[in-house]
Design a binder for this molecule. Structure first.
Ligand code: ADP
Ligand code: 5GP
Length: 188
């Protein structure tokens, strides 16, 4: 069975995870695409649930074998990627695959899966708001916050290449708009 892909991309702190988690709760036939990564698990993260945590050797081996639909060194020394088998796993379960990936990964998935995919760029109203949300989330060290903020401008430049932009201002409004965008795409 072939399903579709709903891809949410944005700079870190824009609200991808919040929006994706809402949609996964709201739509029982949506399944989260679990990415592979070489970074270490954070407290509370489980292998095969939040990510497939791989060693660099395991990641490189899968790359050599052409098993990734897209992959990227998102931060220096840390790779992330979407395994083709992960998308197939979700479709086999009768689910639409939902993605929380960085902007380059989102566009590469769109390139690979074409019209089966909807690439959604999540945008915050301003950089100040983005920084505040990132700080208030309280999950990152100052070094990581700077690393993430340092990429924002470059990432924003990719917005025009996405199928649609979702402005995450007021959360409730943004979630409602997300549902409209998705319902329309799935009905096509
Ligand atoms: P991302 O997954 O893109 O890095 P998150 O979903 O983790 O972003 O959101 C970053 C922080 O901002 C979180 O603490 C989240 O609760 C908060 N947040 C998300 N959307 C909104 C919103 N519309 N208004 C206020 N805070 C928000
Ligand atoms: P984190 O380490 O905070 O979980 O994720 C860091 C960044 O990697 C986020 O921007 C996230 O969207 C991105 N990411 C997660 N999975 C993938 C993936 O499979 N491919 C790509 N290209 N980026 C990913």
């Amino acid at each position: 069975m072939k399903g579709k892909l709903l891809i949410f991309s944005a700079p870190s702190g824009s609200g991808k995870t919040t929006i994706v988690n809402h949609l996964l709760k709201k739509y029982p036939n949506f399944g989260f695409s679990i990415s592979a990564t070489t970074r270490a698990p954070r407290a509370g993260e489980e292998d095969g649930k939040h990510y497939y945590f791989l060693t660099e050797e395991e990641f490189a081996d899968k790359l050599d074998k052409g098993q990734f639909a897209e992959h990227e060194e998102v931060y220096a020394g840390t790779s992330y990627g979407t395994l083709k088998t992960e998308v197939e796993r979700l479709w086999e379960l009768g689910k639409q695959a939902v993605f929380d990936v960085d902007v380059v990964g989102g566009l590469n998935l769109k390139k690979y899966y074409g019209d089966n995919a909807l690439a959604i760029f999540v945008r915050v109203p301003s950089l100040d708001v983005l920084e505040k949300r990132l700080r208030d989330r309280g999950t990152e060290t100052e070094e990581n916050i700077q690393k993430r903020l340092g990429k924002v401008e470059k990432e924003m430049a990719f917005e025009k290449d996405f199928d649609v932009t979702l402005v995450n201002d007021n959360l409730e409004d943004a979630l409602a708009r997300a549902e409209v965008i998705i319902d329309k795409f799935l009905a096509e």
